[in-house]
Design a protein around this ligand. Structure first.
Ligand SMILES: Nc1ncnc2c1ncn2[C@@H]1O[C@H](COP(=O)(O)OP(=O)(O)OP(=O)(O)O)[C@@H](O)[C@H]1O
Ligand SMILES: [Mg+2]
Length: 364
């Protein structure tokens, strides 16, 4: 199980959007995900379709009492989709810090980690949505997490406060007693502005390997999904919001994804409002001197080998398969002399719904 806290004391930098949509993408990839909303604003709860005020119980019940928690996380969790559960928050959580401090309660920063340790149901991922401050609730989240994602808006003042935040996390590491793996996620990227490009370059230069390859672009569909209370994966699998969060999910699972070219991002942004983003010819290359017949199939052609695929064959055993694809995340395999084979030159793969391994390609 991987537990990841999404934090930044700066408001509106994309924490909740990241929690909701990353969870949605991990869940449709077949991973069991629990979202814990520890922000009294309850935006992740809302973003996953639950009305915080209509909930009988929320995370407060789990955290408020020390010895005998009134409830376990599993009793509070609500299934919002296949593979996706959420522990809702509510405004009452805002009163928790005062209550615990007034009571002089012991172990008040360990309550969430204890509750997580007692979870009877196995999850592959726990994603915790933090409030925009570093108080008791964020402390609880960090103690319960092994990894931290810091969304960073790629704006003019992006870097302001990040150094301090990393310092704070370093200090917290001492206090929480375990190492935290911290990564920075550039968000709200608008490729049309010079500021955004400069901010992204500066973030990469300063924080190097700490920065994800994935950049989350500005995309109106993400706002629409939030308003409808669903992850983007449920609304639109062809928009940049989905492509970017799926790319983040794959990067978390496989460590690295190819960086989009800056120009490609800029061009994509300019097309953002166009209904159907342009398709382009994508070339899949397979080399073999043994194969007599190489075909290509994927979710783009309903897994019908070579349907809508143009083939170019060179005498040296190189097969080129050309497909016209719009932005999206696609699964595919080669069909070689009657066998289904994942792409040997592509390290990114996922378990296919019907078993076996599919290769994955991201077109931005
Ligand atoms: N990539 C994006 N493209 C377009 N809109 C976005 C994107 N990311 C976030 N937003 C919008 O920006 C606003 C702030 O995002 P979000 O709520 O995720 O930030 P936050 O860091 O969780 O804020 P808070 O600190 O208040 O919890 C929301 O209205 C959200 O829909
Ligand atoms: Mg938020």
């Amino acid at each position: 199980m991987r537990s990841i806290a999404v934090m930044n004391q700066k408001g509106g930098c994309g924490k909740t959007t990241t929690v909701v949509n990353l969870s949605g993408c991990l869940a449709i990839e077949g991973h069991r995900v629990l979202v814990i909303d520890i922000d009294p604003q309850a935006h992740a709860t809302l973003g996953l379709g639950l009305d915080p005020e209509a909930m009988e119980e929320n995370l407060y019940e789990v955290l408020a009492e020390a010895e005998i928690a009134r409830a376990g996380l599993d009793e509070i969790a609500v299934a919002v989709d296949e593979n996706l559960d959420v522990v809702p928050s509510g405004v009452i959580l805002a009163a928790l810090e005062q209550k615990l401090v007034a009571e002089g309660a012991k172990g008040r920063t360990e309550r969430l980690s204890r509750a997580v340790a007692q979870l009877p149901k196995p999850y592959d991922f726990i994603l915790i949505d933090c409030p925009p401050n570093v108080g008791l609730l964020t402390f609880n989240a960090l103690r319960a997490a092994e990894e931290v994602i810091i969304p960073l808006e790629t704006s003019y003042y992006a870097m302001h406060g990040v150094g301090k935040l990393l310092e704070t996390i370093g200090l917290l590491e001492d206090r929480v007693g375990h190492q935290l793996s911290v990564r920075i996620l550039p968000t709200l990227f608008d490729g049309r502005t010079r500021f955004a490009k400069r901010a992204l370059a500066e973030i990469r230069e300063t924080y190097k390997d700490l920065v994800f390859d994935t950049v989350i672009r500005q995309n109106v569909r993400l706002r629409e999904a939030a308003q409808r209370g669903i992850p983007i994966a449920k609304l639109d699998k062809r928009c940049y919001g989905f492509v970017d969060y799926m790319s983040l999910a794959l990067e978390l699972l496989f460590d690295r994804v190819e960086q989009f070219e800056d120009e490609a991002i800029a061009a994509a942004i300019e097309n953002e409002e166009t209904e159907a983003a342009a398709e382009k010819g994508v070339v899949f290359t397979f080399k073999s001197d043994k194969a007599a017949d190489v075909q290509l199939a994927g979710d783009f052609n309903n897994w019908v080998p070579d349907k809508d695929v143009e083939t170019r064959q060179a005498p040296n055993g190189t097969w080129e398969k050309i497909v016209r694809l719009g932005p999206g995340v696609y699964q595919y395999r080669y069909f070689i002399d009657g066998d289904w084979v994942p792409d040997p030159s592509n390290p990114r793969s996922v378990e296919g719904p019907a078993g076996g391994v599919n290769s994955v390609i991201i077109i931005s």
